[in-house]
Ligand binder design. Structure first.
Ligand SMILES: Nc1nc2c([nH]c(=O)n2[C@H]2C[C@H](O)[C@@H](COP(=O)(O)OP(=O)(O)OP(=O)(O)O)O2)c(=O)[nH]1
Length: 130
């Protein structure tokens, strides 16, 4: 099983950042929360901060952890480990993704998410914090 972290980046207005995988990536054109695979010896939190810097060229701060979701794709099983985050430094620049959107809670579920993300979107919609 591959452990993958992902960031649910929320802005000051409560909009959530979603990124579209490129045609060249696995799960082409699916929407996801940015992040990536945990490297040997790395914590999930350190992985998340590293991946967000690599993929979006920004720094995020972790606000909360949500439950992980294990999902079996035909060729791989992943454990997707989500963190609610906020941006603390920089302007988002897409380094790997095709597109991005900032979405309100009402709009989130309508996106064509990678399958592993659907339960995580639902956890987020039930998640209360201030
Ligand atoms: N980063 C990220 N990956 C996700 C999400 N949902 C989901 O199923 N995945 C999958 C896609 C990949 O198989 C794996 C993440 O690996 P990665 O982000 O390092 O992607 P990658 O393109 O290098 O992966 P791969 O082509 O080598 O499989 O988890 C998500 O929300 N964020």
């Amino acid at each position: 099983m591959i452990k993958v972290t992902c960031a649910i980046i929320v802005d000051a207005d409560g909009l959530v950042f979603a990124a579209q995988r490129s045609a060249a990536m696995s799960l082409p054109l699916k929407w996801e929360f940015p992040g990536g695979k945990i490297e040997p010896g790395e914590t999930a939190e350190a992985c998340l901060i590293r991946e967000i810097k690599e993929e979006l060229n920004v720094e995020v701060e972790i606000v909360a952890a949500l439950p992980a979701n294990t999902h079996q794709y035909p060729s791989v099983t992943i454990q997707l480990i989500p963190f609610v985050c906020r941006l603390i430094l920089g302007e988002i620049t897409l380094k790997e993704h095709l597109d991005f959107k900032w979405l309100s809670k009402d709009e989130l579920l309508a996106l064509d998410w990678a399958e592993a993300d659907v339960p995580i979107v639902k956890y987020y919609l039930n998640f209360k914090y201030d």
